[in-house]
Design a protein around this ligand. Structure first.
Ligand SMILES: C[S@@+](CC[C@H](N)C(=O)[O-])C[C@H]1O[C@@H](n2cnc3c(N)ncnc32)[C@H](O)[C@@H]1O
Length: 274
């Protein structure tokens, strides 16, 4: 039964995940409510701390059995609850990285009694040592200047210079602004550039990614663009409509493309991620 593949179901993830066969998912990539009081048209981001952490443990325990033995998980969080949730996950998986997403927030305004928070925290976890990871798919090419500086005879033939370098654990990608073509009407939509890097590295071509909290459907769109399969859930019917519209729409230029960078230069900040 594969009726759940390449589908986003408009329903509670906890109920829906029960239909997914155990051991069928290559990658869980998800961006759950951070419990910062956002209005998603439901109370998922407005829970007491105890209820939020108990609910988090519930969805983790519903999702992890779906993962293949060589599968991985990425979870977006913030500093507020990342410590507690990382502890939960470390009891069940091996933690490989804490990735900092620097949202490139401009230096203006912000907190006056603490430091302004300008990053999200992403946990990267794996089931076991032989997890799928395609480093070559996400290497970053060296710029022409670096290549030239390293062109002396001792570097000639250096493979690393040709293939590019391994992305570091701080990812500096602008959050989405209204001017960006990929922007949809969702308050915490994530950039395709980030989701696509995760998929390229950690989901094999034609593999299946599960996102229990689809929001505007970024994980599904990225999977479709990259020839991966997807499945997932979203509670808010208005966001479910956005997902279907995005899946049906022609491709848009993404963050990081030249066009996107030009647009970002003149962008006006919107609420973006918390
Ligand atoms: C942080 S947003 C995800 C944003 C998404 N990554 C994107 O790029 O658009 C979290 C989403 O989870 C949804 N949600 C909350 N509780 C849910 C549940 N129990 N089942 C399914 N979706 C849920 C919310 O409605 C919200 O849209």
């Amino acid at each position: 039964m594969t009726g759940w593949v390449n589908q986003v179901f408009c329903e509670d993830a906890l109920a829906g995940m029960a239909r997914i066969p155990d051991g069928s998912i290559d990658l869980i990539l998800t961006d759950p409510p951070y419990n910062l009081g956002k209005d998603y048209g439901n109370a998922s981001d407005q829970q007491s701390v105890e209820a939020y952490l108990a609910w988090t443990e519930q969805w983790i325990d519903a999702a992890l059995p779906k993962l293949k033995a060589n599968g991985s998980l990425y979870v977006f969080l913030t500093w507020r609850f990342a410590p507690e949730i990382f502890v939960m996950l470390k009891k069940r998986m091996t933690m490989m990285n804490e990735i900092i997403w620097d949202r490139r927030v401009p230096s203006m305004g912000g907190s006056v009694r603490s430091y302004s928070s300008v990053h999200d925290t992403i946990g990267f976890f794996v089931n076991r040592k032989d997890y799928y990871f395609d480093l070559d798919a996400v290497r970053i090419p060296y710029d022409a200047e670096t290549k030239k500086a390293r062109s002396r005879s001792i570097f000639v033939g250096a493979k690393w210079l040709e293939v590019g370098y391994n992305p570091k654990d701080v990812w500096s990608v602008s959050r989405l602004h209204r001017e960006h073509p990929e922007r949809a009407d969702h308050p915490t939509q994530k950039p395709l550039e980030i989701i696509e890097r995760m998929l390229k590295a950690s989901c094999p071509p034609d593999g299946i990614v599960l996102d229990p909290f689809m929001g505007s459907g970024t994980t599904a769109i990225a999977a479709k663009r990259l020839g991966r399969r997807f499945t997932g859930f979203e509670l808010n019917p208005a966001y479910c409509d956005i997902i279907q519209e995005r899946l049906a729409a022609p491709e848009v230029p993404v963050v990081g493309s030249k066009k996107r960078k030009a647009a970002a230069k003149t962008a006006v900040t919107t609420e973006g991620t918390p």
